[in-house]
Design a binder for this molecule. Structure first.
Ligand code: 5AD
Ligand code: SF4
Length: 474
């Protein structure tokens, strides 16, 4: 068993409480000068874990006396929560931080903080230190709960606070949170990843796996259900290894079964599962559960055993498809989605064709596909790369194959009635309102604002590759 994580309650932690109180005296003074609360703006790049972290950053900012704004130009505290999964994400983060220079020039008292996965890398911290001198605070993902301390230090001493991630093995509880939605919520069950897939930066920027105690998770989900949340997603880089650091009586399938007992009208989702650890027991718990969405996101990454080996994924296509078949056997209505990386180093035409054939065999409802992007410090970045032209040619071929499959998968919905959690107004000209099915399929339909956050039954009239179109059943 790995080392047990140290639990820290932000509410009970005297030091962090002291820092928060210090910031509150500052924000109270500012509020008097301004005639209103100073404002904080948080920009999020990247995945659901980052969105969840940003909800905590907003929560901590509010607990320290800031109001929350959507407009960076109005903000007295600006936080950029960055992503490092691909080069494109880092470029976006750097360009956004670059744009905030104008804000700092116009209002030197505004505080700019940059955090998240990009700033957990020592080489990025170095370059941000040098090239972005107006950034006041820099810290990585495992230090999120120490944000009050960093902000207080900046306000007290005036100097920049630049922390590259020190390896922490902490699970922070009781962090205040301001959730984006009043009906969809994220609940982290664990942090970090131990897998070291050779392309992936995550284990380096989010550290080793550490799980939350199940009592804390159950209490959080209970409170969300009581507040009326309808859709709760359990988050972890590899939820299947939940609890391995805590002891033998911890298991993800058992946790899910326990949560499913909480009474209420809601759906439980989870992401992400690693195929090497996805068990039949987990599928059985889903199939027999009352409130567990029949949706499985199971990243395959490649259909070639040689590439899977080079990726250090520790399963073969045969093992992978065995799980898919078992899911379909137990839950014929399940939506199965996946992640695919195209153009991994040394991927041959034959390897790529194996992936296309794997798509034809697995028949995913949807995939998230990515062109391989070398990440500094990961083993795959040192392998022999294939050309960008070949990568993008294969990417287009992959999409063409998958789009046909997705359309065929969606067609049987025509004429059927599906339960949809409504997300309110859509930008689609054809339909006023949008929402998602239990499996996460996007649905456009008639309706009005009063449906937002509620489950509605929609009769599907037309199925397309990426969405279903229908009318509310009265
Ligand atoms: N390049 C391209 N895609 C990547 N992913 C992770 N690392 C990389 C990378 N270096 C993809 C994987 C993962 C998803 C979240 O991002 O498919 O499942
Ligand atoms: Fe990255 Fe692999 Fe961990 Fe997923 S399981 S976060 S792809 S190292």
């Amino acid at each position: 068993m790995a080392n047990k994580p140290t639990e820290l309650s932000l509410i009970e932690n005297e030091a962090q409480n002291g820092y928060m109180a210090y910031v509150r005296t500052h924000t109270a003074k500012l509020a008097q000068e301004l005639g209103k609360k100073p404002l904080a703006f948080v920009l999020t790049l990247g995945c659901q874990q980052n969105e969840s972290d940003s909800e905590k950053l907003r929560g901590m900012a509010a607990a320290m006396g800031y109001g929350i704004t959507d407009n960076p130009k109005d903000a007295h505290l600006l936080i950029v929560n960055t992503c490092a999964i691909r080069e494109h994400a880092e470029k976006r983060a750097l360009s956004l931080v670059g744009q905030y220079k104008h804000i700092k020039t116009a209002r030197p008292e505004a505080i700019i903080a940059v955090c998240g996965c990009m700033t957990a890398q020592p080489h990025r911290v170095e370059s941000l230190k040098r090239s972005y001198p107006y950034v006041d605070i820099l810290f990585g993902t495992s230090q999120l709960h120490r944000f009050p301390e960093f902000l207080a230090a900046k306000l007290r001493v005036g100097k920049r606070v630049l922390r590259s991630d020190e390896p922490e093995h902490t699970v922070a509880e009781d962090i205040p949170v301001i959730r984006e939605s009043s009906y969809r919520a994220w609940v982290s069950v664990m942090y970090g990843c131990n897998n070291f897939c050779t392309y992936c930066i995550v284990p380096y920027v989010r550290g080793r796996e550490r799980s939350r105690r199940k009592e804390n998770i159950i209490n959080e989900v209970k409170a969300l259900v009581t507040e009326g949340y309808r859709d709760i997603t359990l988050l972890g880089q590899n939820v299947n290894s939940y609890g391995k650091d805590l002891g033998a009586d911890y298991d993800f399938a058992d946790l899910l079964a326990e949560l499913d007992k909480i009474e209420g009208d809601y759906l439980l989702h989870f992401m992400t599962s690693h195929p090497k650890d996805a068990t039949r027991k987990l599928v059985d718990v889903m199939a027999s559960g009352k409130r567990i969405a029949h949706h499985f996101h199971l990243p395959m990454q490649s259909g070639s055993d040689a590439v899977l080996k080079a990726m250090n994924r520790r399963y073969t296509f045969e093992k992978y498809i065995g799980i898919v078949d078992y899911i379909r056997e137990k839950m014929p209505d399940a939506t199965i989605t996946s992640d695919i990386i195209v153009g991994f180093p040394e991927e041959s035409e034959k390897d790529f064709e194996d992936t296309l054939n794997a798509l034809r065999r697995a028949r995913f409802d949807m995939i998230y596909s990515f062109i391989y992007s070398p990440r500094k410090g990961t083993p795959a970045a040192e392998m022999s790369q294939i050309s960008k032209e070949l990568q993008s040619e294969r990417f287009d071929r992959l999409l063409a194959v998958q789009n046909e499959i997705a359309l065929v998968a969606n067609k049987p919905f025509e004429g059927k009635t599906v339960r949809v959690l409504c997300d309110g107004r859509s930008k689609n000209k054809e339909a006023a309102i949008t929402g998602r099915t239990e499996g996460g399929k996007i649905v456009f339909f008639d309706g009005d604002d009063s449906h937002e956050g509620k489950f509605v039954n929609v009769k599907i009239e037309r199925a397309e590759t990426f969405a279903l179109y229908g009318k509310i059943e009265k």
